[in-house]
Write a protein that binds this ligand. Structure first.
Ligand code: NAD
Length: 255
């Protein structure tokens, strides 16, 4: 790697940890950008995403969903790999991410912690084995009070894993934000509930509830460094890869 790793959102909670993890991995930090205009001591601050993409071998991006489309265009134009951790992307944002992946390697994951990716693999297997008519899938997540999107990207990732195991589209069966007179639960629905409070880094439980038994898969992240370590591992992994849309499962060699 000649230019090094660039960080979009360098002054954020994740951005600061990412700069530390670049050093811990013995890699070179190219610098970063941040909407706040502030950076991190010792790191170059670039004027915009185009300059960051041109000055980096790979951009690690933990910012805000509103950046997805311009950032996708910038990394594709610069031919720079992209590790995208931002959550709350719309369908149009995800189309732009997929378009960028036609030109550069993109690792896009709702959660870069290795343990969560094992949980997602198990979720898909359980969903394939447990009939949707008998086992109601419900996903409960809790995060810190500053989180701006709900359900979390990881919760949606869990929902996608269940939907894939059941051979359905999440968009057709998702039920979230139940309130008021909702009527009985639809057979085959995948339910979401989001709790917000305190400084919870990330808690997710996937419950399969049947009349005679409950099965729960839970993951708790105690330190967001787990995401930063995984994201830098993904950044190093992109080097020399062909263009494509990859997930953390690819980085971990789980498929
Ligand atoms: P944060 O608010 O602490 O940091 C975000 C930073 O991005 C801020 O410093 C902000 O100024 C900057 N920013 C926002 N818009 C920008 C723009 N247009 N250009 C440049 N910088 C911009 O948030 P955080 O806790 O670090 O999380 C950031 C994102 O990453 C969120 O979407 C969060 O849900 C997601 N996240 C994903 C994972 C994962 O493993 N995939 C883990 C943790 C957080």
């Amino acid at each position: 790697m000649d230019k090094g790793i660039g960080i979009a959102g360098i002054a954020g909670r994740m951005g600061r940890l990412l700069t530390e993890e670049v050093a811990a991995a013995g890699a070179r930090l190219a610098g970063g950008i941040d909407r706040s205009g502030s950076g991190v001591a010792g790191a170059a601050l670039f004027p915009d995403i185009a300059a960051l993409a041109a000055g980096s071998d790979v951009v690690v991006d933990f910012t805000h969903a509103s950046t997805a489309i311009p950032h996708a265009r910038a990394v594709a134009a610069a031919g720079t790999a992209w590790v995208l951790g931002t959550s709350g992307l719309s369908a149009a944002d995800e189309t732009a991410v997929a378009e960028a992946a036609r030109h550069v390697p993109v690792v896009y994951a709702p959660n870069f912690a290795p343990g969560v990716n094992l949980v997602l693999a198990l979720a898909e297997k359980l969903a394939a084995a447990l009939p949707a008519e008998q086992y109601d899938a419900e996903i409960v997540e809790m995060h810190h009070r500053q989180k701006v999107d709900a359900p979390s990207g990881t919760a949606i990732g869990m929902g996608r894993a269940v939907a894939k195991g059941r051979g359905v589209r999440l968009e057709d069966v998702a039920e979230s934000g139940r309130d008021g007179h909702t009527g009985p639960r639809k057979t085959g629905a995948i339910g979401f509930a989001a709790l917000r409070g305190g400084q919870v880094v990330g808690e997710h439980t996937l419950l399969f509830a049947a009349a005679t038994e409950h099965i729960a898969l839970s993951h708790r992240a105690f330190d967001r460094r787990a995401f930063a370590t995984g994201a830098i591992r993904a950044a190093l992994w992109t080097q020399g890869r062909p263009p494509g849309l990859y997930s953390m499962m690819d980085v971990l060699g789980m498929r």
